[in-house]
Design a protein around this ligand. Sequence first.
Ligand code: PLP
Length: 433
Amino acid sequence: MTTGFETLEKQIAQLEAKPLNLNLTRGLPAQNQIDLVKTLRSIEIPDLEVVFEDGSTRFMSKEEANRESGIKSKSDIYNYGVPTGLISAKQLMAPLLKLPPEQVFVGGPSSLFLAGHVFEVFTHRGTFEGDTPWKEVKGKWLCPVAGYDRHHDRLELMGIEMIPVPMTETGPDMDIVEKLVAEDETILGMWAIPTFSNPTGDTYSDEVVNRLCSMKTAYKGFRIFVDDAYCVHGIDFPLPQTKSFVQAAKEAGNPDRAIVFISTSKISIPGAGLSAFGTSLDNIKFIQAGISLMGIAIGDKITQAQHVSFYKNTENLIEHMKALADIIKPKRDITLKVMEEELGLDGEFATWTSPSGGYFISVYTKAPIAKEVVALSKKLGVALTGAGAAFPYKKDPNNNHLRISFTYPPEEDVKKAMEVVCTVIKYLTLKQN
Ligand code: PLP
């Protein structure tokens, strides 16, 4: 398995003479995933969403609605109104959030943007317990690492100090989290990506969810921004049954602690889907009052209705995730197989995660060479996510973490790119020794 250093040197020289043009940086759905949903955008939507007394919903014209009986409410899809989303869209998204539809707010096409709106409300108004607005506090935030760069970027933008907390296979290291939040009343909250986390692919255990939701916090308005972006994004099925943060927080007597964000960005069409958050009714009311000062409607009801018409119910949506998994699984398997064959399983060169869902694999090189691996791979024509990108302030203290995004390129490109990355890891490790 281990190739001699001189052979590796030759391989690198050959690759350098004829650089490839491959990219493993982007956690995007591949074109053939998106092709499966393209017809969604051409579904014609009539004027109204009609909600019946029994809770069922239908889209229909105004004339049709006039002939119906048993109607509880009607919403105009082509005008302002229904600022927290169509009832049918809430019904579609609620099972993904593990909450009843009343506890769901459906927003525009991006969950990050929606989380940004919630941050904005807390920044200017504090949380609803009557807190000081966050802009008046020199706040801190816990960030499980390796984590998601855009989470860190948002906090940096707001001037909130980030405190990294190590991830384990079952979630953040809870002994560290509990100690920090109990002692420091300027820690306002934390990020969590509980299912198939970006970038490790790990899923939180129920024990971790319970501890996060019940732990004593010095700051009483403490919030967990739960980014469940990959809640149904299995590669292997059945999906893990992670515990609901909102339910666990309620059980622990902290009903308003957790706000869970999701989107259909990697279910339907990125940038043209639905986002949603779920939380307590009090939080929803408070956040909606704040968001209403920023705009009349932040959700697009036509897109919401098209998603409801396309999927019809959450069971169909999960079936759709299985069709997407058929496309993603061979790429995940190739990535793992190449590493296994090239680097071996004894940890001589690296270790890595083997996620059963999500879009990413984390690789930890044995030697502190992540930056060098990214730089040399780039020279050989394989773009990787920047070293350090998964850490607050882009600083990986061990310089050994690489994020591999395997979903976007075709299978043969994933294979070629991973072969180069493995050659580079071996070469640089041996060069160090
Ligand atoms: N959250 C995580 C953890 C992600 O990995 C991504 C995309 O890669 C997003 C959010 C983006 O979601 P959205 O498109 O809904 O803003």
